[in-house]
Design a protein around this ligand. Structure first.
Ligand code: ADA
Length: 567
């Protein structure tokens, strides 16, 4: 399923996960638009790199399955993620297209005949002029249908989205609710929308929707006597939108889970429910030697349990939106999240960049809007924030985030130091720094951050008076590579440098959060590799198999002490 909980009790939902037929471009025996034969099968969700012989396959693949339509209802296909470009065909006809592995998408078919139908997804993970965000990079772009797929039968008039923004007033809460009702039928349709929250049922009102249109039903639920969500007490409430048709029959429902929390920047502080907080945790890629980016929930739980053991309360989803089930787990387990739209050092002049970054940013907010764990929206990691054209792009994307959701602070992670001319655009100043790794020794960490904070305190920096997040820092360490000579890549040097980085950064009052780079070692694309041993990014506190390195206990001590000091 797409979530860790049931989203529907009335809407008919079935999983399309399981064995699909599969063929790659290399294996195809014909050149027709869609394959006539499929030479193998593949599990959905999974990455094709997990299949023997396809460990490095980059190109097109076709995945095929069949499903039954009941007739009389519209069919909605919901994809958690396809890496990285999907073209969807039903009975040989093109019905959908989506770019980017990391955001969900849907295909709605209003009038599919009753009976069996063929579903083929053409998947492409190649690089080139068609792909501005999936590029040769310091993480791997896998191939396949990498997140769950659902087949849903929906009434022509149904609930498309349900958005909720909690608003705190002292100890009382209200909830701004927006329910989007869609009509995929041929005639105007009416209904009544209600929302169930806890034991209460709130009528939102009548709705009349023209054929092919949507209508937003907006209401504020007031004076809610609820427990707030926090990382210490992650209290969640199921919220269900219910749609009755003109005859008073319940025809559709949509359940999400919400948490009552408010996140704000005030001066140099980051406040959660009015209390100053300090975030401590990791940058985590969706990467695993057995699963690629197609994580089973159990593997997600392992990562979060390790982070919890390390004393973390925070995770940055570098550098893209994460699987909805991972965010559900963060909601449940009490992790704060910085989620960012998909970009790592991308080229703003790429012909598809503007369209693709706008889509990734819009879809991230649309699909993840209600997640209480997401406290910060990010974007444009280590992009051009130092030139005037580059600043204009940052201004546009940060404004897109603010327009889509004014309830969370926004930021981008910069490695441009005093050359950055875009820090006036953010709520939180976020720095990626590798003092002691890409240059200098551990004793340069404190000197350099003091220098950076002095600069940030000048009017010219645009950062003055803002909270600071150390969004990346760390060191490489090859698992099992031990030596007393403190050479780089030894576990000893990695532990020593991380110890000094954490001592310094956690000790600065301007710093509201730290995210170590990175949780685990991850695979890179071959042509990017950057001289990194094993063609891996080896800065994990655990290796790719989640085996703890020497620095594990160093980080655990630093994070545990810091939490104890804060009380
Ligand atoms: C950058 C980048 C990360 C990773 C890191 C590193 O800060 O944002 O994706 O490449 O450097 O390991 O050097």
């Amino acid at each position: 399923m797409l979530r860790t909980f049931q989203e529907h009790a009335i809407r008919d939902v079935e999983s399309l996960d399981g064995r699909w037929e599969f063929v790659t471009a290399d294996d195809r025996a014909d050149r027709a638009k869609l394959p006539k034969t499929y030479s193998r099968s593949i599990h959905v969700p999974s990455c094709w790199e997990q299949l023997p012989g396809l460990e490095e396959y980059r190109g097109q693949g076709w995945l095929r399955t069949t499903f039954e339509s009941y007739g009389g209802k519209a069919v909605r296909l919901a994809f958690g993620g396809v890496s990285h470009t999907a073209d969807v065909f039903v009975d040989g006809k093109p019905v959908g297209h989506h770019y980017d592995a990391f955001t969900p998408f849907e295909v709605v078919l209003p009038e599919l005949s009753e009976g069996p139908h063929e579903l083929v997804v053409q998947v492409d993970n190649s690089f080139g002029d068609h792909s501005a965000l999936h590029i040769e990079n310091d993480y791997y772009s896998y191939g396949g249908i990498t997140r769950p797929v659902e087949l849903q039968h929906v009434s022509p008039l149904h609930i498309a989205n349900l958005f909720a923004t909690p608003v705190r007033k002292g100890k009382m809460w209200s909830l701004e609710v927006r329910c989007v009702v869609r009509n995929v039928g041929r005639r105007v349709a009416s209904g009544l929308v209600s929302v169930a929250l806890g034991d209460e049922l709130y009528e939102l009102g009548e709705v009349k929707v023209a054929a092919g249109k949507t209508v937003d039903v907006v209401e504020t639920l007031r004076k809610l006597d609820v427990e707030p969500w926090s990382m210490e007490t992650p209290v969640l409430y199921p919220m269900t939108a219910l749609l009755m048709d003109a005859d008073g029959d319940l025809v559709d429902d949509l359940t999400d889970r919400i948490g009552f929390r408010e996140v704000k920047v005030k001066g140099r502080k980051l406040l959660l429910n009015g209390e100053s907080i300090c975030l401590q945790g990791y940058n985590r890629h969706e990467d695993h030697p057995q699963f690629g980016c197609a994580f089973p929930v159990e593997a997600m739980v392992t990562d979060l349990e390790l982070m919890r053991d390390l004393g973390c309360n925070f995770v940055r989803t570098c550098h893209y939106p994460n699987d909805m089930r991972f965010l559900d787990l963060c909601d449940e387990m009490g992790f704060a999240v910085w989620e960012e739209s998909h970009a790592r050092a991308v080229d703003f002049d790429h012909p598809k960049f503007n369209e693709q970054i706008e889509d990734s940013t819009r879809e991230m907010v649309q699909w993840h809007f209600n997640r209480p764990s997401i406290l910060i929206w990010g974007c444009l990691n280590e992009c051009d924030s130092y030139s005037k054209p580059g600043r204009a792009v940052h201004k546009r994307v940060l404004q897109q985030l603010r327009d889509a959701d004014g309830s969370r602070p926004v930021t981008f992670a910069s490695n441009r130091g005093p050359h950055d001319i875009s820090l006036d655009l953010v709520d939180i100043v976020s720095w990626n720094r590798y003092d002691g790794w890409y240059g200098g020794e551990p004793d340069s960490v404190e000197v350099e951050i003091k220098r950076a904070l002095r600069w940030a305190n000048t009017d010219a920096s645009g950062a003055k008076g803002k909270p600071v997040m150390m969004s990346e820092f760390g060191a490489g360490g090859i698992y099992g590579h031990r030596s007393r000579n403190r050479a780089k890549w030894t576990e000893e040097y990695q532990a020593e440098l991380l110890d000094e980085q954490l001592r310094v950064y956690l000790g600065r009052s301007e710093v509201v959060g730290v995210a170590i780079w990175q949780f685990c070692d991850v695979r890179l694309t071959r042509d990017w590799w950057g001289g990194r041993p094993r063609t891996m990014n080896n800065k994990g506190t655990v290796d790719e198999y989640r085996r703890p390195k020497l620095c594990y206990d160093t980080v655990k001590r630093r994070f545990t002490d810091a939490r104890a000091k804060r009380g």
